[in-house]
Ligand binder design. Structure first.
Ligand code: EPU
Length: 436
């Protein structure tokens, strides 16, 4: 018998109330890695309580870094001896080990990291990371079970990413800050989480210039020191709870996420008919009495409609009037969760063509990366297994508007990246119970 935790959800009407979002899973873990690079203590404030923090903390401890976590505050300090190998037990848990290559090269001159994991939303290659480190002078070998790298000192160089990858930009930032000389990176990712990381590194003493044309210039320095920062609220969680209010015909006030992280999301929802109240305290969206309208949305790099917003949007589409179209252009397999929603009665059809926008990188592939969604459909409760974190949250939304109870399995995916989601949903009035 499995002792896996499951959530039992009974639809219980409109979700209403207040949610405070903390720093993001995708911000906090990178800050924890960056903090390795400073001599002296770094303090990361407003950290979420998510599984990803625990995984990253134990990886760092295995490398000889001191990590103390006290609710929303994380303190990190280099230990006297750095172990250059991330243990194999961390294989496949998340995307963080690949980001440790650059920092470990600076601290130990060599590094081994197990092959990365993350959600099954695409091939998730690491070729950009490896190519950049090689261009900066590292010897990098793909070995069985991981990546080995060696370098006496990394050198600054001119780099251009084939696609503005968030992770590869972060690898380059954390490798270039202590490299010899200047690194010029073209076609960098400019997601708010990347900029937040650059600002933290700047507080640690790094010399970084951000240009408006996706160019980042980093002048390597001899050393970095510890620094203190406060993470901005998670724009994925913020959008997800706004969608939770809208899809159930309720009203969720989201505190803690700056409006400028949600510009495209707000406009997309407003085009569908959502009415917003936005002030310096919170953001809140409500559906008009006649319900939301269908839309055509294409995901993109920042400042476009982010890929992680599309899973709750998809459930919203099923409850909006008309046929909606979604074109996913960032991860080829992001629609892997659609069968779980179909099992709950969502009328979604997936296509390998680029629908609802210009041809993307997956135009000639077999990847089913576009979807047509019919609304309004009556969803039904079901017993479903969640394939990944963002899909998991969407299944909760579908269960909240379904006819009948649902059993959700694999909820650890949700807990890896959302701050206390079970408690938040309970506060909003969802009839949700834990078993297992
Ligand atoms: N890519 C390559 N080669 C590489 C790196 C990326 O081809 O070496 C491709 C990817 O396959 C993908 C595209 O570039 O098609 C974009 O990937 P990116 O590197 O930007 O994504 P990531 O860094 O792996 C982060 C977040 C994702 C978020 C994306 C886009 C973390 C840990 N993950 O992934 O978040 O969707 O950026 O904003 O920061 C999530 O939280 O659920 C999640 C998947």
């Amino acid at each position: 018998m499995s002792d896996e935790e499951v959530w039992l959800i009974e639809p219980s009407g409109p979700l209403r109330g207040d949610v405070v979002v903390r720093g993001s899973k995708n911000g906090v873990s990178k800050h924890m890695v960056a903090a390795m690079l400073g001599t002296g203590e770094s303090i990361i404030g407003n950290a979420p309580e998510v599984g990803e923090v625990g995984i990253t903390a134990s990886m760092l401890r295995a490398l000889g870094i001191t990590v103390e976590i006290d609710d929303s505050e994380i303190r990190i300090e280099q230990g006297p001896r750095i172990e250059p190998r991330v243990p194999a037990e961390y294989t496949g848990l998340n995307r963080i080990p690949i980001l440790m290559l650059g920092p470990l090269l600076h601290l130990a001159g060599e590094a081994f990291v197990p092959l990365v994991g993350g959600d099954p939303i695409g091939r998730r290659p690491i070729d950009f990371h490896v190519a950049a480190l090689r261009d900066m002078g590292a010897e990098v070998e793909i070995q069985e079970g991981g990546v080995y790298a060696k370098a006496k000192r990394l050198n600054g160089t001119r780099l251009e990413l084939p696609y503005p990858s968030v992770g590869a930009t972060e690898t380059i930032l954390m490798s270039a800050v202590l490299a010899e000389g200047k690194t010029v990176l073209k076609n960098a990712a400019m997601e708010p989480e990347v900029v937040e990381l650059a600002l933290f590194l700047q507080r640690m003493g790094a010399r970084i210039e951000l240009s408006p044309d996706r160019r980042i210039v980093i002048e390597g320095v001899e050393r970095l020191h510890g620094a203190q920062t406060w993470l901005a609220g998670d724009r994925i969680e913020a959008f997800s709870y706004l969608a939770a209010g809208l899809v159930t015909g309720g009203e969720v006030r989201v505190h803690g996420c700056p409006q400028d992280r949600l510009v495209t999301a707000i406009t997309t929802l407003a085009r569908m008919g959502a009415r917003f109240e936005i002030n310096d305290e919170y953001l809140c969206a409500t559906a008009p009495p006649e319900g939301l309208r269908a839309a055509a949305v294409q995901t993109d790099t920042h400042p476009g409609f982010m890929t992680d917003w599309q899973t709750p949007l998809m459930v919203l589409f099923t409850q909006s009037h008309g046929m909606s179209v979604l074109h996913e252009t960032v991860f080829e397999n992001r629609l892997v969760y659609v069968p779980a929603l179909q099992a709950m009665g969502c009328e979604i059809e997936v296509f390998d063509q680029c629908l609802g926008g210009p041809a993307c990188r997956y135009h000639d592939s077999n990847a089913k990366h576009s979807a047509v969604v019919r609304g309004v459909s009556q969803l039904k409760g079901a017993d479903v297994r969640l394939p990944d974190i963002r899909a998991g949250f969407s299944a909760v939304l579908a269960a909240a508007v379904a006819d009948g109870p649902s059993t959700l399995r694999g909820v650890h995916h949700i807990e890896r990246g959302y701050h206390r989601p079970f408690e938040q949903f309970k506060t909003l009035g969802l009839d949700i119970q834990r078993r297992g």
